[in-house]
Write a protein that binds this ligand. Structure first.
Ligand SMILES: [Zn+2]
Length: 430
């Protein structure tokens, strides 16, 4: 047995210290650091201000409408006949894209936090081309009888599948895990993280258990389906909102000051499990005393009441992406192809639903203002026109999306070549 394998088995026991069955695996490792490497743990904040300042400088050159596009490469390790296909993976990416594009129902976020809700504008898409530019026709998959821990064993060919060009693709491993539902590696040198977390490139990526992805493998799927959003948050350098002090409320108020380093997520003593409007476990150091922000994707709340990242979480993720994962993304600017509607009144007479849409979308025009045929255009985030259809504005129009692969699109409705409506549209795929 190689030394690497022995090392991994040692770290595997750390993941096993997690107290609750369905936690993200980040915390077990953090507990180990706190107990064994306290100086590192205590200093994880030290480079934060420097990094944030640098981000603000850099941000001046980033346009407000920039979309960052990240290709995702899947590695599937199945056991007991569990299978995954491209269609299921695309559905999973649609969930992820909703989280990163303000696509979840943000009306469930309490008013006190509504101004903090960020539209991250990152699109994750399944890699279509391999590193040589050839079309990827088959899913990379392998049978495996391992029951993995937060031990990285899934990332070696001997015990799993090695990463596929992790500098250019976000690698996601889907496998059977014994306890945790997933974990992810932060970018190397990310602020707020102890250096012990920084793993070499070939171990970078996201690991997810089957239960988070494929509905038929878990009756609790609705509770856990957004874990992919949470893990992508870690992959881009976010910590848990409560700062990893504790999983349970201890009464020890010093736990309040363990923080995620993000100013617009309120201080919180421990992980939230419930969506409790009255819970306010810590008093803010200054300003308004906010309740715990259980709506944040980086808490442990039931996924049904998670719907937001904050503006400062966005700043840090984009900073980390641009500076610490510089080869993994490309960018698109949507307004090159779609002008803003001239009139807000026109925009309001048209609705496009449901959104996200699966195999069809409806267009409804609520006024008879428009006299000639209208045209629907769908653009992919790299600016390509992927669909167009003309229709009469007098009735509800059904548009079949069967030829559209899942992902994030921009819909424009045009009258006589003039944009009168513009909206994001998330397509879940057929
Ligand atoms: Zn986590």
């Amino acid at each position: 047995m190689s030394r690497i394998l022995l090392y991994l088995i040692f770290f595997g026991s750390i993941g096993g210290q997690c107290v609750a069955q369905y936690d993200c695996g980040q915390l077990g490792y953090m507990n180990h650091l706190r107990e064994n490497q306290y100086p590192t743990y205590n200093h994880y904040m030290e480079n934060y201000d420097r990094i944030l300042r640098k981000f603000i400088d850099k941000n001046k050159t980033t346009r407000e409408d920039t979309i960052f596009r990240i290709p995702v490469f899947f590695n599937v390790l199945s056991r007991n006949g569990r299978t995954v296909n491209f269609e299921k993976l695309d559905t999973m990416l649609a969930v992820l894209n909703r989280g990163f594009n303000r696509g979840d129902d943000t009306s469930i976020v309490r008013d006190i936090f509504s101004e903090n809700i960020a539209d991250i504008k990152i699109e994750f898409y399944r890699a279509i081309l391999d590193i040589n530019g050839d079309t990827i026709k088959r899913l990379r998959a392998k049978n495996s009888f391992y029951l993995y821990e937060t031990d990285d064993l899934m990332k070696y060919d001997a015990s799993g599948l090695s990463a596929y060009h992790p500098e250019k693709y976000l690698n996601i491993w889907i496998c059977n895990m014994s306890k945790n539902l997933g974990y992810a590696t932060p970018p190397i040198y990310a602020a707020h993280w102890p250096s012990a977390y920084f793993k070499p490139l070939h171990l970078q990526g996201i690991v997810l258990d089957f239960r988070t992805i494929v509905p038929e493998y878990s009756s609790d799927f609705e509770k856990y389906r957004k874990i992919i959003i949470h893990e992508a948050g870690h992959y881009l350098g976010l910590r848990h909102t409560w700062g990893d002090g504790s999983l349970v409320i201890t009464g020890d108020s010093t736990e309040c000051w363990r923080d995620d380093g993000i100013k617009d997520t309120p201080y919180t003593i421990a992980a939230n499990r419930t969506c409790d409007n009255n819970k306010n476990t810590c008093i803010e150091k200054q300003g308004i005393d906010y309740p715990d922000q259980y709506e944040n994707y980086m808490d442990y709340t039931d996924n049904r009441c998670q719907a937001m990242f904050t503006n400062e979480q966005k700043e840090l993720m984009i900073y980390n992406l641009v500076n610490l994962r510089p080869y993994i993304y490309d960018t698109a600017y949507v307004d090159i192809t779609i002008p803003e509607p001239a009139s807000l009144a026109e925009q309001k007479t048209i609705s496009l639903y449901p959104n996200p849409a699966s195999n069809q979308v409806n267009i409804e025009v609520s006024s008879h203002y428009f006299e000639q045929k209208l045209e629907l255009h769908l653009y992919s985030t790299d600016g390509k026109l992927v669909y167009r259809k003309s229709f009469t504005p007098y009735s509800k129009e059904n548009v079949a999306l069967l030829s559209i692969s899942s992902g994030l699109y921009y819909a424009a409705i045009l009258e006589d070549n003039r944009t009168i409506f513009r909206s994001k549209l998330i397509v879940l795929g057929p």
